[in-house]
Structure formats: structure tokens, C-alpha cells
Design a protein around this ligand. Structure first.
Ligand SMILES: *Cc1c(COP(=O)(O)O)cnc(C)c1O
Length: 356
């Protein structure tokens, strides 16, 4: 048996893989593959509508918040956000918390001014900033709720910063209950916690749109996508379908609060096991640790190599840390089962006994 701890693309529920593969062969008993039907047919429109309404329901969104499924990864949103929300002479507030925030900042600078209102650069991104002072004139505040590479996560969200909040939630979307209506724009590439690569979820408070002077190319203007119900052009049909199935699965699990309780337990067990091993280092400040991506190193490269080997032998996939930080990273997304966590706990125990 394989246990998939990969950071992304990542594990999805087995039921989703089964249903998705069936739909490739014969979608809803239509005799047609989901890959060959028209996207403006009732067959597919139902998929899109269900996906959007599941997001609304699971996130308990109010009527000001629109749900879009758009092409491209989260990286597209790094530029689409400032293009739609930031005038050339205005300032956007950004938090600098790691690789992903850094990329968002770089793109925003193409469209206007960026003020860094909180940074963890000085700790080499092993903490999250806690006291932000956001200028009241900022067009918005941008945060990265979970830094997938560094292994940090916002646990106290800056809801009352006084300006619209934009959040990259690619790696912790729908993993915990947040006050989603307090965000004016949320985006997430689907492939970490809610589906296959190729589609972004974008949740947007429609009242923040229409305030920039620049001409926005049609396909990049959120207003056009809202008007057309995420069907401005051919949507990434299969990726939307996989996301819809994953959302259905999440609802069957009891929704976001229920999965959060399991996610908390998984993270608690893994961190406790790692803390108990003297030669393992957990670089992230305890209060800022990610419950999605657990990052650690060992005090000796020989031990790291031996651990890697043991993981390989026991079917632990995707445990290597990002090349920029080294060590290991265990990603504990929604679809990672408790039994995979238990298998890892067992492996850690064995490894510690042998190498202690
Ligand atoms: C993976 C990731 C991205 C990039 O997503 P792509 O879909 O590859 O563009 C952006 N932000 C965060 C937090 C991520 O984890």
C-alpha cells in the first residue's frame, strides 16, 4: 500500500478517482465521455452549478460572494488579483511569509506599489508575522494562509485590518473553518486540497470590482467570469468535475468543521511523534506550524538518507522536503487518511528505536 504525503499535486479520495475514471468512459450513463461533451450542455452545466453551490454551502458564503472556477494555477492569480484590484498609483499591502508570498509580491509590483506590512524574512520564514499595521489607504491586504514550502500557517487571521483581504489559500483551502465572508477575494489552485491541477477556485466579493482604471483583457476580468457563470470560454471541464466530486466527498464527511477536527488530530499526532525524537529538528515556531505541511530535518545526513530509504521501502511517497529547504515534508491534506498517519507514526517509532 502506498501512503501519499506529496505536497501537490496530492492525494485525493479513492472514491473520487473511481468516479472520475468512470466519467471518462461513460459520463452519467450518457454513453459519452465527460471529455467529449459540450460544455454548454445541461450535462456539464449541472456539474459546474453543483461545484459552485457546494463551495457556497461548505464555506457558508453570503450573496455578495461569487464562486468562480478559472483556468490556470494559483500563479495566474498572482497577477490577475492586482490587475483587477490595484491602480498604478495605489499601494497594496502584502505579507512576506515565504516562497509563495514572494511570488505574489513580485507580480503585484507590475501593476502598482507594494508595501510589505509583515515579514518573516528575518527568521528565514520559520515564523508568521503577528502584528500587522496596514495603511488605511491600501487597496487590499494580501496574505498566504499556508506557506506550503516553509511549513507555516496563519492561525490568527487579520480579519480586522481595515481594508479588503485577499488570500492565497492554495494549500489549506477547506481544511479548517474560517470566516470566509470576511475575505474579499480567496484563490486556490485545486491540486493541493480540492482536486486536480488545471483549475483555480476563486471566491470574490463582487463589490470590490470595477475600481481600477486600466483596461483589463476580457479573459482576465473577473466581472466577465461572474457574468458568464465561469463559462466565459471552455472551462477546464475535467478539473472542474474532479473538484466537484471532491467537494461532494467533503460534504459527505460532514463538511469543513468535521474535516478540521480530523486534520487537527493528524497534525497533533505527527508533531508529537516528531518532537519525541531527539535527533529530529522542527524549525518552525510552534504557534506558526502548518497543519497541512509538516517540515523537519535530522541532525545527520546519514540518518536522513536512511530515513528516505525506509520511507521508500514502506511505500511512503512524497516525503522529501522542497529543494529550497531540504529535509522532509509530510503533507496532511484533507484526503490523507488517518491510517496513513498511523503508518507513518509506526515507521517513525521503528526508525527512532534503530537510530536513537
Ligand atoms: C502550489 C502553490 C501555488 C502555485 O500553484 P500553481 O497552481 O502551481 O500555480 C501558489 N500558492 C501556494 C500557497 C501554493 O501552495
Amino acid at each position: 500500500m502506498i501512503h501519499n504525503f506529496n505536497a501537490g499535486p496530492s492525494v485525493l479520495p479513492k472514491e473520487v478517482f473511481e468516479q472520475a475514471s468512470q466519467a471518462v468512459l461513460n459520463f452519467n450513463n450518457s454513453g459519452l465521455s465527460i471529455l467529449e461533451i459540450g460544455h454548454r450542455t445541461p450535462l456539464f452545466e449541472e456539474v459546474m452549478n453543483e461545484a459552485r453551490s457546494l463551495v457556497k454551502e461548505l464555506m457558508q458564503l453570503d450573496d455578495d460572494h461569487e464562486v468562480l472556477f478559472l483556468h490556470g494555477g494559483a500563479t495566474t492569480q498572482f497577477m490577475q488579483v492586482p490587475m483587477n484590484l490595484l491602480n498604478e498609483n495605489e499601494v497594496a499591502a502584502y505579507t512576506e511569509t515565504g516562497t509563495w508570498a514572494g511570488k505574489a509580491i513580485k507580480e503585484a509590483k507590475l501593476f502598482g506599489h507594494v508595501e510589505i506590512v509583515g515579514s518573516s524574512k528575518h527568521t528565514n520564514y520559520t515564523t508568521m508575522p503577528h502584528d500587522l499595521s496596514v495603511p488605511a489607504t491600501a487597496a487590499y491586504l494580501h496574505i498566504t494562509t499556508n506557506e506550503t514550502i516553509a511549513g507555516t500557517q496563519w492561525h490568527q487571521l487579520p480579519y480586522d485590518c481595515g481594508v479588503p483581504i485577499v488570500a492565497d489559500m492554495s494549500s489549506d483551502i477547506l481544511s479548517r473553518v474560517l470566516n470566509f465572508n470576511k475575505f474579499d477575494l480567496i484563490y486556490a489552485g485545486a491540486q493541493k486540497n480540492m482536486g486536480a491541477a488545471g483549475v483555480n477556485l476563486v471566491v470574490i466579493n463582487k463589490n470590490i470590482l470595477g475600481k481600477v482604471n486600466r483596461i483589463i483583457p476580457g479573459i482576465l476580468d473577473y466581472r466577465n467570469h461572474i457574468k458568464e457563470g465561469s463559462m466565459l470560454n471552455t472551462p477546464p471541464v475535467f478539473a472542474v468535475y474532479v473538484a466537484m466530486l471532491t467537494l461532494r466527498w467533503l460534504k459527505e464527511q460532514g463538511g469543513v468543521a468535521a474535516i478540521e477536527a480530523i486534520n487537527n488530530k493528524k497534525a497533533e499526532l505527527i508533531y508529537a511523534a516528531l518532537e519525541a525524537i531527539p535527533f529530529i529538528n522542527l524549525p518552525i515556531a510552534k504557534e506558526d506550524r502548518s497543519k497541512m505541511n509538516v517540515v523537519f530535518t535530522m541532525d545527520d545526513p546519514a540518518k536522513e538518507a536512511a530515513f528516505m530509504q525506509l520511507c521508500k521501502e514502506q511505500g511512503m511517497y512524497g516525503v522529501k522536503g522542497h529543494r529550497s529547504v531540504g529535509g522532509f515534508r509530510l503533507s496532511l491534506y484533507n484526503a490523507l487518511k488517518m491510517e496513513s498517519v498511523e503508518a507513518m507514526l509506526q515507521l517513525l517509532k521503528e526508525f527512532a528505536a534503530k537510530n536513537g
